[in-house]
Ligand binder design. Structure first.
Ligand SMILES: Nc1ncnc2c1ncn2[C@@H]1O[C@H](COP(=O)(O)OP(=O)(O)OP(=O)(O)O)[C@@H](O)[C@H]1O
Length: 463
């Protein structure tokens, strides 16, 4: 069901507040005053996130023949990041305000000043000149007095062993992709996979982002759901177009409406890429990338062959040709997807304007809602049999149980956390073996047999 509020009518402050008060997302290291751009998922946020992972696994691994999941280590051989190009060039263009000492990303300063300026197509020098020519002020203090632009590598370094010397440097991976690429041969051989086949992975990535994050949109630790399709050159463009559309459909299936999604084709491409496109979502703060699809050619495997000395070739069983496959990458930011779902689902419905009665409701797709249902005894006297219903359902689904407060208040609490079905056990239930199910979105109620509850819920939470 569509939200009553439009994206521009939603406030990030209210969404952040709801996330904090209802146990979705807390500031990281909260009791120490927080740590910039880190967030912890609470009981409901962790459920929501896991449910999104489940939907992704279903669409990308389970329902696709020739798709294999891996779970590679975060710490990899340092040569991996030399081969991938991250050591040399995974950096942001930064400058400091000489007046207030605030650090900024040059491309963000320009894009915030004029969204049509396309800073992603500019060199460092062009960005500096643009900022100067347009006299762009510091967003913090309003003055225009910046340092030169410097490239700042985004990889977090750490050391293994006891000495902090160059030899022992290792990196926290800044993307999942390399874990899939270095396992290309292992997966191909063990699964006897034939091209085109895909390797997917869900895992953490780390980037030393210094710019403000817009809640969980930009954090220094985040999770990606990645899908790499290995293919023969010549079939790459068709697969690239296919995965752009597949990704958009996945987001729509999750409940993000087509009018709040758009493709953003990249003008400036990384030196190895043949094509790149983001899927952007309309957040309350504007459009933001939630997915990237890239035609990476055979760059990555060629580089790994060069740096590792291992042949990364595929032997075509039909033609007997040997070649290094092309890769179509489709990468999904899990935290950004969760934030998009929360933003889209957040809604306020005026039930009675005179009494200022506004219902806050999270219209989450039931497939990802933290609780699938809540069991509510009408009176505490009914807690015993209601608990039996709860225990039965809890074997199948995440279910909440709430016996405190008026039934109206309990409905509202469940609305706020997106529980699609409230199951009320009343005095008639004892005699007729039925309960009342109230629908979160329509608030319509219907009487359903307790024995049929499981099938009722299962049919409505399928993805
Ligand atoms: N700092 C971050 N915090 C949360 N999610 C992120 C972050 N950086 C990237 N992602 C997610 O990982 C996905 C793939 O990463 P990719 O390297 O393509 O991002 P990116 O183009 O560098 O993102 P951006 O331009 O916003 O920094 C992105 O589509 C996004 O959803």
């Amino acid at each position: 069901m569509k939200a009553v509020l439009k994206p521009e009518e939603k406030s990030m402050e209210k969404i952040v507040a709801l996330c904090k008060t209802r146990g979705f997302i807390f500031p990281g290291s909260d009791i120490y005053g927080g740590l910039a751009n880190t967030w912890d998922y609470g009981p409901l946020g962790a459920r929501l996130k896991n449910n999104v992972k489940d939907t992704w696994r279903k669409r990308f691994i389970q329902e696709r023949k020739n798709s294999y999941e891996v779970d590679a280590d975060i710490l990899m051989h340092p040569r991996v990041w030399e081969a991938s190009g991250h050591v040399a060039s995974f950096s942001d263009p930064l400058l400091d305000c000489k007046e207030c000492k605030m650090r900024h990303r040059a491309d963000n300063l320009i894009d915030d000043f004029d969204p049509n300026a396309h800073a992603d197509g500019m060199t460092k020098e062009e960005m500096f000149q643009y900022i100067k020519d347009h006299h762009i002020p510091c967003p913090n203090c309003g003055k225009h007095n910046f340092t030169d632009i410097r490239e700042f590598n985004l990889m977090f370094q750490t050391f293994r062993g006891v000495t902090n010397n160059n030899k022992s440097i290792i990196y926290l991976r800044p993307e999942n992709a390399q874990g899939e690429y270095v396992n290309f041969l292992n997966v191909q051989r063990t699964m006897r996979a034939k091209l085109p086949f895909s390797i997917g992975q869900i895992g953490k990535a780390f980037r030393n982002e210094i710019t403000p994050g817009n809640f969980t949109f930009r954090t220094i630790e985040f999770e990606q759901m990645e899908f790499q399709t290995f293919c023969k050159e010549g079939t790459d463009t068709e697969l690239y177009d296919y995965f752009k559309a597949y990704g958009k459909q996945y987001f729509e299936d999750l409940g993000l409406p087509a009018e709040h999604l758009r493709f953003h084709d990249h003008e400036k491409l990384a030196h190895y890429a043949k094509a790149a496109c983001d899927i952007e979502f309309l957040f309350p703060f504007g459009w933001g990338e939630i997915n990237g699809t890239h035609n990476r050619t055979n760059f990555d495997l060629t580089r790994h062959q060069e740096y590792s000395g291992q042949k990364m070739e595929y032997l075509d069983p039909e033609t007997n040709e040997k070649f290094i496959p092309f890769i179509i990458e489709s990468t999904y930011g899990l935290d950004r997807t969760v934030l998009a779902l929360l933003s889209e689902a957040y809604d306020e419905e005026v039930l009675d304007a005179e009494k200022n009665d506004v219902r806050v409701v999270l219209r989450l797709n039931p497939a990802v809602a933290p609780y699938k249902a809540a069991v509510l005894p009408l009176s505490k006297k009914l807690s015993g049999p209601a608990l039996e219903v709860y225990n039965r359902l809890a074997k199948k689904f995440m279910v909440d149980f709430d016996e405190t407060g008026s039934i109206g208040k309990r409905y509202r609490r469940e609305d706020e956390i997106g529980t699609p079905f409230c199951i009320t056990y009343d005095f008639d239930s004892e005699n007729d073996g039925c309960v009342t199910i109230r629908d979160r979105d329509t608030m319509a109620q219907e009487r359903v047999k307790i024995d049929e509850l499981e099938a009722y819920i299962a049919a409505r939470i399928e993805f």
